[in-house]
Design a protein around this ligand. Structure first.
Ligand SMILES: N[C@@H](CCC(=O)N[C@@H](CS)C(=O)NCC(=O)O)C(=O)O
Length: 226
């Protein structure tokens, strides 16, 4: 059975959606990042980057959410586009765009909007601008397509869904009004029973909520006094 090390953050949730879509048997193992579980030696041996998600599938370890999606899709042959170089080019391009653009800019926009000390407007504006620009690219892509690779729902949609769940928190409460195609797609993915089952993971384990001193110490390690 696959061991799935997770929290309820955007990156683990992409993998939860895949696991629920396929019905692959898995054991969900919570990692309390706010309590420092990610720095325990056993976890660092699985992911030297000290982040979730990670999966262990027999003697195979995979860390990083988009790598896990690709691994599981190739293993099961599910949620991939047609088997042609052209379709694979699209798959890899959009998957890496989400991995290297949507994810990091969203994460930094959240950090500077919600958690950084006040008064660094330049950083807030920079990351918010770039995050908005990235979501705008997805919105434009979806103007004439049901899903990000076209007619077929794939792991690229799952990768984007993990982050799309947080769009109002990342970009602001009115963000969905400015991204109509992305919102239509988001509603379609949310309507899938697997999305509801993935969301139900929150009922399995009560993760520590909020950002108290202990959480800040583990999550914001660049702050000397945290
Ligand atoms: N590139 C990694 C990023 C993983 C990541 O940032 N995970 C977050 C949850 S969404 C995390 O573990 N945060 C806790 C921490 O930074 O200590 C991926 O896509 O899996």
């Amino acid at each position: 059975m696959i061991k799935f090390y997770y929290s309820l953050g955007p990156n683990p949730m992409k993998v939860a959606l895949f696991l629920e879509e396929t019905g692959l048997p898995y054991e969900a193992i919570p990692v309390e990042s706010g309590k420092g579980d990610q720095f325990e030696p056993e976890f660092l041996a699985l992911n030297p980057n000290a982040k979730v998600p990670v999966i262990v599938d027999g003697d195979v370890r995979v860390f990083d959410s988009n790598a896990i999606l690709l691994y599981l899709a190739e293993k099961t042959g599910q949620f991939l586009p047609d088997d042609s170089p052209k379709a694979r080019g699209e798959l890899l391009s959009w998957l890496m765009f989400i991995a290297s653009g949507i994810g990091p800019y969203s994460g930094q926009a959240v950090h500077f909007r919600h958690h950084a000390p006040k008064g660094i407007d330049y950083a807030v504006e920079r990351y918010l601008f770039e995050a908005r620009r990235h979501y705008g690219i997805l919105d434009a892509r979806l103007a004439d397509k049901p899903f990000l690779l076209g007619a077929k729902y794939t792991i690229v949609d799952m990768a984007a869904w993990g982050w799309a769940r947080a769009v109002p928190f990342i970009l602001g409460d009115d963000a969905w009004n400015t991204l109509p195609h992305l919102k239509r797609w988001f509603d379609d993915v949310n309507a899938r029973p697997a999305a509801a089952r993935a969301e139900a993971l929150k009922n399995k384990h009560a993760f520590k909520a909020g950002l108290d001193e202990e959480s800040r110490r583990h999550l914001f390690r660049h702050v000397k006094s945290a």
